[in-house]
Design a protein around this ligand. Sequence first.
Ligand code: ADP
Length: 770
Amino acid sequence: MAKRTINDIPVLPLRGRVMFPDNSASFDVGRLESLAAVKRASDGDAYILLIAQRDADKETVDSLDELYPAGTVCRLRQITRLPGATVRITVEGLFRAVMVRGDKSEGAYSADVAEIVSANPNSDLSEAYFRTGKDIMGEICRTENRIPKEAASNLEACTDPEEFVNIAAYNLKLPVEKKQEILESDKLVERLKLLDKALNDEIEVIRLERKINAIVRQNIDKNQKEFYLREQLRAIHSELGDDEEEKTELENKIRSRGMPEEVLQKALKELSRMDKMQTSSPDYNVLRMYLDWLIDIPWTEKTEDTEKLSDAVKILNDDHYGLEKIKERITEYLAVLKLTGGMNAPILCLVGPPGVGKTSVASSVARALGRKFVRMSLGGVKDESEIRGHRKTYVGALPGRIIAAMKNAGTVNPVFLLDEIDKISSDMRGDPASALLEVLDPAQNSTFRDRYLEVPYDLSKVLFITTANSLDTIPRPLLDRMEVIELNGYTQDEKREIAKRYLVEKHKKSNGVESGSLKITDGAIDEVIEGYTMEAGVRNLERNIDAICRKAAVKLASGKASKLRVTQGNVCKYLGARRYERDAGMQADEIGAATGLAWTAVGGTTLTIEVSAMHGKGDILLTGKLGDVMKESARAAISYIRSNSEAYGIDESAFETTDIHIHVPEGATPKDGPSAGITMACAILSAFTKKPVKSSVAMTGEITLRGKVLPIGGLKEKALAAYRVGVKDVIIPADNKKDLEEIPENVRGKLNFIPVSDVDTVFRNAIVGM
Ligand code: ADP
């Protein structure tokens, strides 16, 4: 067949699509050059060349080089004007053609073109490609509804391989380059081969999609199936009367628990409500869970208290070193408990710094009585519902932690430890403290109401013990209900004994170290206490001993040694470098600096108070995160010295021309309380008189405006702190003399206590040359 040629045919650039012969297409035209080309075609013989742009994103075509070299000559069948400047055209593809020459005239591109005719149109190979191509295309058409029905039936009926390639390539979803390749090739076999490859790729994708769909469908079907089967099962159960059986079983359980009558009636009522519900309904499950709770919490189960009090005392002694006074108080308490049968027994509150054995004393009490032990930490409890639970109408509601703990205890009379009662706080979600009051009040706690349970629960047989680090933040009404027992910090000797007798063996055991193969000397324990811990209790000491045992276990297990000895010298091999150097206190007598003694939640500590008096306007500056009470006692100290300035040899007018700066390091730790009053007074007087404060003296006491010294709290802790830093003289308020006996013998012997009742005596003892 002779090649067809056409000269000066208008060119319509296509974006993102390739036109093929044997197809019709409709699309909108809006670009100026394209509109001009359409106009020229419709004005002329209706032939128009459609060629794809190489870059589909390009808005304008600046030269014919931006188009592929070959396209399809089409006949313009129809033009419809659309609103705006666009037209919709319908074209029919006639033959493939390559541009021989082109230019731009009347605003449109035009070209001379020559037909592309395929070589050797009929061969066995092309016949084979044609047949497989048709098969695959058939499959694609059946599964893909993207391909128009008309094109699908044309393909089905097609007998001409060339026509088949054109229709198939036009309708397939392929990248423009691929389509263009198929369009341009001048060998039929080549064209069929390219098409076949594309078809195979496409069918692979389709098969994969089908597979994924099938998996998804399978999952959905499975859920549906399960649901269906369950419903059927239920129907069968109900036909056979099994539902009845389940209900009877539940009812028997409820009746056998010994619930009080009111609770029993409530449970039975809820059971009959549940019985009328679909098992799949959410309400059914809510009720089921509710009934399970009622069945699970203890109503009558009870342990019998140990008969002999002496056994109880032995257990307390076995578990703890020292703590004589506490053991005595607890023994008394247990005796009273036994005599009264627990009626109106006060609630114990163990107060002291962390790690002094509060929790472990409480658990010993449980052991001594033969009762179950449960523990609930109140640290950070803000929300009343944590204690009382949520109504069961709430989604995901549960009983509060009191009832949950009772379920864990499994008896109605456990020892129940409420830890950190000083750490509860309240916000707008109710007041947890008032809920706790109800728990702890013997007049109310026999009918404790948990919101979830809705029925009263009797807590009156529970032995509550609470713990706190400090009494200051415990709400007053709560504190009034409790009997406070103070546990103080330990001395170095006590700590060493506790470690030797309890902690070392305990951790050897827990780390699987045989007792004989590891020896920790007294010197090593002292080194741990001094160099690795800074605490009133023994918690970090215990942690470090655990670390030593763990490291030793590794060494022993690796077979490097069969016996280990930890001494003062080699502790650092186990624990790394020392963490604390011995706090030396003040090294030399200094002007404007005095050593105070403070009590913190973690035990006693020393506190250096610095004062600097400088030329100014009489301003007072207080830094180091001081609380209001501390600031006020600083002002009281200044006022006292100022009003007695003559007696101390200070010119009264100096106060008007001097700024006083009082600072208490470490600046970031908040400090408060009145007990630094006399220390501040000393430092201030020293700064004004330029006479140094003795470095061997430490002091504590509140000051009044008239110079009286008032008593303070926490003397034992403070004395231990003074002893730790090696102070010799400790100035204390005269009214605290009675507390001296609390201080361990060996510490008391090493310190010289100076009881004072006025600040003048303080100055005479503490300031050089006073
Ligand atoms: P707290 O509750 O006061 O913070 P813990 O009861 O948790 O302290 O005590 C910390 C650890 O120290 C526990 O392992 C405890 O057995 C131990 N411990 C504290 N005091 C003594 C003591 N006097 N005798 C023996 N072990 C003690």
